[in-house]
Write a protein that binds this ligand. Structure first.
Ligand code: NAI
Ligand code: NA
Length: 398
């Protein structure tokens, strides 16, 4: 079939198999171009491995230090006449290219929050790898069914305390408008968001992996967080999602204690704001990202997900010495985003931004391009008039 983008709101309903494969290949080529990551990870479990930072982490581990990888994700398979999700095609393409390079790669498609998928992952590690030396935790989800209580928690993106009004952009039309978001009405919104995006599930994973003796001596685990500029604080860092990130970051001392006897260590890495399926759903953030891209590209310091993760692995996690941490114990690869000159220029542009001047003063075009790239569209190398092979399967999924 011929597959074109079909956009509804901030999501794209279709994905292109050959396009996503090309996008994965470009990320692999980038990691290879940076050379070997000496003493990088060798056996890696990536939870949330099919898109965004998790996929980039998997690619970096595999093609940066020849790691065997197991990926866990929640995606929709392809069927005849009905394309799968982007993450499905990404994973199929990754596995194919890893296997061709002689690298072990297998995947589990299911709910990572469940006990069952954790058991499946443990069995697969035992059978094929014995133990893993790195666990990447990169889930982004709007809901979680708690494995012990059965309660279905839904996360919300809301300010806490007072309503938040600011500019936002519809990145498809380029129309800027004011948006007002009402604050949480009760603690429930906060608790549910923490239950979904906080640290409990990361903790459950590491506890169960350790109890099953599938964590290697010296194991590392890393999860991802975000801080961002003051102008998004009410909706991000000081909002419900920020409470979840506080909780995630607060899990590090617990995990370090748990991993002590293995001489293992856990980290949270604060990453840069980037276009992913998750971030495009947050009000205000797409406008900030399109201004940020403009400023960072002009200064020659722009990075995408793969550049971020390659730098995290090569210069932080596996640099040969312990990574520098901030006052809260976090790794910072948002250092370039948060540079004073960058933030000052973005803040000035923010004041000026209107529907009329948006194309000129921002990189909204780059935002859109990155968004379509996530689904395998807008790539020069791909012929979108050609028949696709939509029934691509991830070879290793049982
Ligand atoms: P993403 O939406 O691209 O990736 C989410 C991944 O989680 C996918 O692989 C998806 O299949 C998987 N997933 C979701 N629910 C699942 C479930 N129930 N079971 C198994 N897999 C499931 O998101 P992105 O942006 O890469 O986010 C990853 C982490 O990075 C999040 O913690 C996010 O907060 C953080 N982050 C994101 C930033 C951004 O600007 N995008 C900036 C800094 C941190
Ligand atoms: Na991810």
């Amino acid at each position: 079939m011929i597959i074109q983008p079909r956009v509804r709101g901030f999501i794209c309903l279709t994905s292109h198999p050959e396009g996503t494969a090309e996008h994965v290949k470009q990320q692999i080529d980038y990691v290879k171009s940076k050379g070997e990551i000496k003493d990088g990870p060798k056996k890696v479990l990536v939870i949330g491995a099919s898109t965004g930072f998790g996929l980039a982490s998997r690619i970096t581990a595999a093609f940066g230090s020849q790691a065997a990888t197991i990926g866990v994700f929640f995606e929709k398979p392809a069927a005849p006449g009905k394309p799968g999700t982007a993450g499905w095609y990404n994973s199929a393409a990754f596995e194919q290219q890893a296997t061709e390079a002689g690298l072990y790669a297998k995947s589990i498609n299911g709910d990572a929050f469940s006990d069952e998928v954790k058991k499946q992952a443990i069995e697969l590690i035992k059978k094929d790898l014995g133990q893993v030396d790195l666990v990447v935790y990169s889930l982004a989800s709007p809901r979680r069914t708690h494995p012990k209580t059965g309660v279905a928690h839904a996360s919300v993106l809301k300010p806490i305390g007072q309503p938040f009004t600011n500019k936002t952009v519809d990145f498809h039309s380029g129309v800027i408008s004011d948006i007002s978001i009402q604050p949480v009405e009760s603690e429930d919104d906060i608790n549910n968001t923490v239950a979904v995006m906080g640290g409990e599930d990361w903790k459950f994973w590491i506890e169960e992996l350790k109890a099953a003796n599938v964590l290697a001596e010296g194991v590392k685990t890393v999860a991802y967080s975000y801080i961002g500029p003051e102008l998004t604080y009410p909706i991000y860092r000081n909002g419900t999602i920020g409470k979840a990130k506080d909780d995630l970051e607060g899990t590090v001392p617990f995990l370090n204690e748990l991993l002590k006897d293995l001489h293992g260590i856990s980290y949270v890495s604060v990453n840069k704001a980037l276009v992913t399926q998750s971030s495009s759903a947050i009000p205000v953030v797409p406008l900030y990202i399109s201004l940020l891209y403009k400023v960072m590209k002009e200064k020659g310091i722009h990075e995408g997900t793969i550049e971020q993760m390659q730098r995290l692995f090569a210069e932080r996690l596996y640099s040969g010495s312990a990574p520098a941490l901030d006052e809260k114990g976090r790794i910072r690869v948002d250092d370039l985003e948060m540079r004073e000159d960058v933030q000052a220029e973005v803040a000035a542009l923010w004041e000026q931004a209107t529907t009329e001047n948006l194309e000129e003063i921002s990189d909204i075009a780059g935002y859109r391009n990155d968004f379509f790239n996530l689904f395998g569209f807008n790539l020069d190398e791909v012929d979108y008039e050609a028949e696709t092979n939509e029934v691509v399967r991830v070879p290793s999924i049982t």
